[in-house]
Design a protein around this ligand. Structure first.
Ligand SMILES: NC(=O)c1ccc[n+]([C@@H]2O[C@H](COP(=O)([O-])OP(=O)(O)OC[C@H]3O[C@@H](n4cnc5c(N)ncnc54)[C@H](OP(=O)(O)O)[C@@H]3O)[C@@H](O)[C@H]2O)c1
Length: 211
């Protein structure tokens, strides 16, 4: 599968790029700076320059699936959240429709559908994520929206709890989010599905099959 990863230089982006390349997929890793290209030395990964705040249509050439795991990060203000997490995502959705992308996998966030219930400092971010998700759900694309809880850098056990609505909070290792993305890739069972995920007791494959 020819996969574009938007946000490839991020924590989940790097883990996912290598995991998919190891599985034999052809990965195009979109990064913002030339020096970030050096990280991607695998024969199945091609790093390309692209910025969500500029024109990045060139990266869609030859792509079948898009994974969006970019984010402005906690250290930036609301303008960057709007420009990257919302507008950048919407531009990626529109370009995916234009280029006939088969599946769009979005890394969203737990509580993106209920921002008013989140901590005040996160409400703007959650609103941006939720609004982008809504546009994706209204698009013509086969979307798969992952809404992970708080991300950690633990290794991950490959065990999660995943449901459309979990009604509980929790954390999840980034490695297990990457594993979940890999299992969702090309999997028609998760087309047009949105689900929350935190670490849990169920093997990822089983959790995804039971959605
Ligand atoms: N933190 C949490 O607890 C949490 C919980 C749920 C969901 N999430 C979401 O999970 C996703 C991935 O998390 P993560 O830890 O992997 O994030 P991360 O390490 O901060 O990675 C985000 C990536 O987005 C890239 N990016 C930022 N602005 C961009 C732009 N204008 N154009 C292109 N790329 C741009 C960054 O590029 P640079 O490397 O150049 O800066 C970075 O590589 C994010 O969408 C985040 O919102 C986070």
């Amino acid at each position: 599968m020819n996969v574009l990863i938007i946000g490839a230089n991020g924590n989940i982006g790097k883990l996912t790029s290598v995991m998919l390349a190891e599985q034999g997929h052809s990965v195009k890793a979109m990064v913002r700076k030339e020096e970030q290209q050096d990280h991607f030395q695998h024969e199945n990964i091609k790093a390309v320059l692209g910025d969500l705040e500029k024109d990045f249509e060139h990266v869609f050439e030859g792509i079948e699936t898009v994974i969006f795991t970019a984010g402005s990060g906690g250290h930036t203000g609301p303008e960057k959240t709007e420009a990257v997490d919302y507008e950048g995502a919407v531009k990626s959705i529109k370009l995916s429709e234009k280029h006939g992308i088969k599946q769009f996998i979005m890394v969203s966030s737990l509580a993106a559908d209920t921002p008013e219930e989140g901590p005040e400092s996160l409400q703007h971010y959650l609103k941006a994520k939720g609004s982008a998700d809504e546009i994706l759900m209204r698009s013509s694309l086969n979307y798969t929206i992952l809404r992970p809880g708080a991300l950690t850098d633990e290794d991950g056990m490959g065990l999660i709890n995943a449901k459309q609505k979990l009604n509980e909070h929790g954390s999840i290792p980034r490695a297990d989010v990457a594993r979940t993305i890999a299992i969702c890739l090309g999997n028609e069972h998760v087309y047009k599905k949105v689900f929350e995920l935190i670490e849990g007791e169920v093997p990822i494959q089983t959790a995804i099959e039971s959605l």
